[in-house]
Design a protein around this ligand. Structure first.
Ligand code: SAH
Ligand code: DHB
Ligand code: MG
Length: 225
């Protein structure tokens, strides 16, 4: 056997982990097929990252979850399962087509009753939620437009409490965040977000790398007591 490249080795290990720990689930698979069928981009979290979100939500004992970026509801299904029937998840999405697709997927999986989808630009919805003094969330998953990540972090700080968990997808972007001089706005957004996350004295945080077609990362932060 030839020596695997680091990339193929990471993929091989990712598939190994998935075979062991993420049993195939027809409801999840149908949700992904439906999203592709209505033309949504295939930018959902991977099965392993979905399981990671589920584990983190369970470990945190999260019952009240906020998601920014719904797409077809794939990550939503993982988080909604983790919070149980008594839990509540609010998911923000700007694209009407995503909202329709996700509703169908969540309905089929019998999870829609615990999910509150709010259609509109998340920056605006979050401002309204802050103004309305909504109850703090136990866990927040940031996964919408990358250039708004720094703004989302400021807003989310006003919707959480000591002990809350803040997660953010796509903060490694094929390793590009580690380099200076990048010009892709999504990379610049992730870099600024990561700097803000690291510098915020109210937070403790780390990034774990996750594998998809390329290398990416999930930021994990906790609001200090
Ligand atoms: N969390 C999903 C993937 C989300 S993809 C999953 O892993 O399954 C990013 C989503 O954010 C897209 O559906 C996109 O329409 C949405 N989005 C982009 N900009 C937004 C904005 N300003 N407000 C709300 N949603 C936005
Ligand atoms: C993009 C968005 C995502 O949420 C993701 O997981 C991957 C890529 C994007 O907009 O490029
Ligand atoms: Mg993402």
């Amino acid at each position: 056997m030839s020596t695997p490249t680091p990339h193929s080795l990471l993929l091989e290990v990712d598939e190994y982990i998935e075979r062991l720990f993420v049993p195939r689930d027809p409801l999840f698979e149908q949700a992904l097929r439906d999203a592709t069928e209505v033309g949504l981009p295939e930018i959902h979290v991977s099965p392993n990252e979905g399981k990671l979100l589920y584990m983190l939500a369970k470990l945190a004992g999260a019952k009240h979850v906020l998601e920014i970026g719904l797409l077809g509801g794939y990550s939503t299904m993982w988080l909604a399962r983790a919070i149980g029937p008594q839990g509540r998840l609010v998911s923000l999405e700007v694209d009407e087509k995503c909202v329709r697709c996700a509703r169908k997927n969540l309905e089929r999986a019998e999870l829609l009753s615990r999910v509150d989808i709010r259609h509109g630009d998340a920056r605006v919805t979050l401002e309204k939620m802050i103004a309305a003094n909504e109850n703090p969330f136990d866990l927040v998953f940031i996964d919408a437009d990358k250039i708004s990540y720094p703004v989302y972090l400021d807003q989310v700080m006003k919707l959480t409490r000591p002990g809350s968990v803040i997660l953010a997808d796509n903060v490694v972007r094929d390793g590009k965040v580690a380099r200076e001089g990048e010009t892709d706005p999504a990379v610049l957004g992730a870099q600024e977000f990561n700097r803000k996350l690291a510098a915020n004295p109210k937070l403790e945080a780390i990034i774990v790398t996750v594998m998809r077609e390329t290398l990416d990362g999930l930021a994990i932060a906790r609001v200090k007591d």
